[in-house]
Design a protein around this ligand. Structure first.
Ligand SMILES: *Cc1c(COP(=O)(O)O)cnc(C)c1O
Length: 346
């Protein structure tokens, strides 16, 4: 979901963006007005994430899935070998693309226990071009509470489902990427934050369009960017800034997650398969006694205005995605509903 305040603001500016007489959707990306929109979004992201000066921010298209391919094209170029920590579905997709570019060493994996935990020890190679992790596992409901130390080797992280959900030291990473549609705004734009010394490492056969260098140099305006999505991301970042930034949302996210996990852990009907210390603040998978009850739960929840609770088709059961824009009241309503459901279906 998006903050209601953001949607209301976008609606009020839909027909006439701040006296220009046109919608942001109608505007050329080569205008001063649009330049101000994209610059404002970047400045806010830099402020909120405390992004160091020696990093570039890009607004690209193609989703996180395009980054699975683009990162190897740009960074897997020296020894053509990387380390990955395999923590689930999205890690595997990233690995599949990297395998087309060279050798993928699985430095650690939690597949032995259905990806219900985050590995704590790693078998890193000394000659890896980078180490790839999925910081929050959207489908499996795990997250790295602490990030691996990789020394001189760049750490690359898919933050699609938890960017800006809690404080992160960007300087620990070589590259951070995130599709916007989970925690930042509408679909169509992908954020890439890259340390400048990692730009320009592509092979010379890499298509110009797929080089980070191209987009960094042109400040995401090499070609037409997903202009309206970037505008909404800017509004979401403004909302977050006004709320008190990442520190403030982290506190709210922790309260929201604790409310739900505490109830699930105390319940006789519901359970969460994820190792406690590795639980995601954003995606909470849970199940009732059996599939029949899961189906009944999802149907009745929908009737109570509680939507999108069906678990990912790969894992089944339920999943509550409680991203930044989900208010505490939303989680409270879910927990109340779960309590009643448990009482009525004993
Ligand atoms: C949703 C998701 C993706 C896929 O994003 P697209 O923008 O659809 O390509 C990748 N990684 C993670 C962690 C996700 O949650």
């Amino acid at each position: 979901m998006l903050p209601e305040q953001v949607l209301a603001k976008a609606a009020s500016e839909m027909l006439d963006y701040r006296g220009t007489g046109m919608s942001v959707m109608e505007m050329s990306h080569r205008t001063k007005t649009y330049e101000a929109i994209i610059e404002n979004a970047e400045a806010l992201l830099r402020k909120l994430m405390n992004i160091p000066e020696n990093y570039s921010v890009m607004f690209l298209q193609g989703g996180a899935s395009q980054q699975f391919a683009m990162i190897p094209m740009n960074l897997m170029t020296k020894n053509k070998k990387i380390d990955v920590i395999n923590t689930g579905t999205w890690s595997k997709k990233a690995m599949a693309e990297a395998k087309l570019a060279g050798t993928v060493n699985v430095a650690a994996s939690s597949e032995d226990k259905n990806f219900s935990y985050i590995p704590k020890s790693y078998n890193f190679s000394p000659d890896a071009d980078y180490v790839h992790i999925t910081s929050n596992n959207t489908i499996e409901g795990t997250r790295f509470a602490n990030f691996p130390e990789t020394g001189e080797i760049p750490l690359v992280a898919d933050f699609s489902s938890n960017i800006l959900s809690e404080e992160v030291d960007v300087s620990k990473f070589g590259l951070i990427y995130a599709g916007a549609q989970k925690n930042l705004g509408p679909a169509g734009v992908t954020i890439v934050i890259i340390r400048n010394d990692l730009i320009g490492r592509h092979d010379e056969k890499t298509p110009i369009f797929f080089r980070y260098e191209t987009h960094a140099k042109e400040k995401s305006l090499y070609n037409t960017p997903p202009s309206y999505s970037i505008y909404i991301v800017g509004l979401v970042l403004e909302w977050l800034d006004q709320l008190g930034g990442v520190k403030a949302i982290e506190a709210i996210n922790k309260e929201k997650a604790a409310l739900l996990y505490d109830y699930i852990d105390s319940s006789e009907m519901f359970s969460c398969p994820v190792n406690k210390e590795d639980r995601s603040l954003m995606n909470v998978p849970f199940t009732a006694f059996n599939d029949e009850l899961n189906d009944k739960f999802i149907k009745e929840a929908e009737k109570h205005g509680l939507s999108a609770l069906k678990g990912h088709r790969l894992v089944g059961g339920m999943r509550a995605s409680i991203y930044n824009a989900m208010p505490f009241e939303g989680v409270k309503a879910l927990v109340e509903f779960m309590k009643n459901f448990e009482k009525n279906n004993k």
